[in-house]
Design a protein around this ligand. Structure first.
Ligand code: SF4
Length: 147
């Protein structure tokens, strides 16, 4: 990739970029852990917006979001009932991290958990389950999300 000006300020500059991109043999939980590592780098980055724009249609983490989250962000603009309505005032907004249409997993940053994240299972735009454990969420609802 050609290095453009905003990339000079990227927090990932000079770091191992493998953490931002999936590999063919990667297992589900390995992917989640790798993505959290990449997102931790992105959290300190000052060029998230140009990175998001550059990552449109690309694989991997761009602007702190996975491909699914970026496409969810795009879809949310089209929803008649925006996700932010389901966020308690003062709390962070949810982003879609997995699932299409009927059943999805949403994620948001929170101070309620030691790792700073919580997940919700959302069916037909209603939160049906909230968890502080992504493994547990997938164990209970993974089949619904990927059906
Ligand atoms: S947002 Fe993340 S992937 Fe994009 S330039 Fe910054 S650190 Fe790199």
């Amino acid at each position: 990739m050609r290095c453009v000006r905003w990339m000079e300020q990227a927090a990932c500059r000079g770091k191992d970029t493998q953490v931002f991109f999936p590999s063919e043999e990667e297992k589900h939980m390995d992917r989640k852990i790798r993505e959290l590592r990449a997102k931790a780098i992105c959290e300190t980055c000052s060029v998230i917006e140009p990175c998001l724009a550059a990552g449109e249609g690309e694989e991997g983490i761009w602007g702190g979001l996975t491909e699914a989250e970026r496409s969810g962000r795009h879809r949310r603009r089209k929803l008649s009932r925006p996700m932010v309505e389901m966020t308690t005032p003062g709390e962070n907004p949810w982003v879609v991290i997995d699932g299409e249409g009927g059943c999805q997993i949403w994620q948001r940053e929170t101070e309620k958990t030691w790792h700073g994240v919580e997940w919700a299972v959302v069916k037909n735009q209603e939160i049906i389950y909230i968890s502080h454990n992504l493994d547990d969420t997938y164990a209970r609802y993974g089949s619904l999300i990927h059906s």
